[in-house]
Design a protein around this ligand. Structure first.
Ligand code: IMP
Ligand code: MG
Length: 178
């Protein structure tokens, strides 16, 4: 598994420091408010688990799972909800937690969908962002790191369901997916 990684972009320590920072900022911004944290499965699972433990405010945690049709390394924007929220979010402050934003098509669909359910506000937190690849505008309030246009894995992020359990984020060798 380690042999398939070309370069480590963010170590376990880099990520932990950033997650602590983001948790503190979110806790400050939502102090005194009720916050529903929505983790987008499966990729954001590891990130959201660490992030909520760095939040010092009361939260509710829920998950959604989406499938995006497309090639193995690129989404198409045609999105299907595989697992929906357990509860309604009408009048709630919502924080969507994503692993990585690439074209933005998945999150664009998701935010429109959640807006239509009457949330008070919807903010986005992503660990990684590939701003150079954006096709839909996304207002990212909390961001871990910008990354170049490379296919990355680890810390919850997969290629063909593998590599999610790497503790760091690294660039996958091209020969692994070509
Ligand atoms: P978007 O709709 O193009 O923004 O796609 C976002 C989703 O595509 C992410 O939540 C990931 O599941 C997946 N994705 C995008 N870039 C990568 C990558 O470099 N490695 C692994 N998955 C990725
Ligand atoms: Mg994802």
């Amino acid at each position: 598994m380690l042999n398939d990684v070309k370069e480590v972009l963010f170590s376990e320590e880099d990520i932990a420091a950033k997650v602590t920072e983001l948790g503190a900022q979110i806790s400050k911004d939502f102090a005194g408010k009720e916050l529903v944290v929505i983790g987008v499965l499966k990729g954001a699972n590891v990130f959201v688990a660490d992030l909520i433990r760095k939040m010092t405010i009361p939260i509710e945690l829920d998950f959604m799972a989406m499938s995006s049709y497309g090639s193995s390394t690129e989404s198409s924007g045609v999105v299907k909800i595989l697992k929906d929220l357990d509860k309604g979010i009408e009048g709630k402050n919502v924080l969507i937690v994503e692993d990585i934003i690439d074209t933005g098509l998945t999150l664009s669909y998701l935010t429109d969908n959640l807006k239509s359910r009457g949330a008070e506000q919807i903010k986005i937190c992503t660990l990684l962002d590939k701003p150079g690849r954006r096709k839909a505008h996304i207002d990212v309030k909390y961001k871990g790191f910008d990354i170049p246009d490379e296919f990355v894995v680890g810390y919850g992020i997969d290629f063909a369901e593998k590599y999610r359990n790497l503790p760091f984020v690294g660039i996958l060798k091209e020969e692994t997916y070509q």
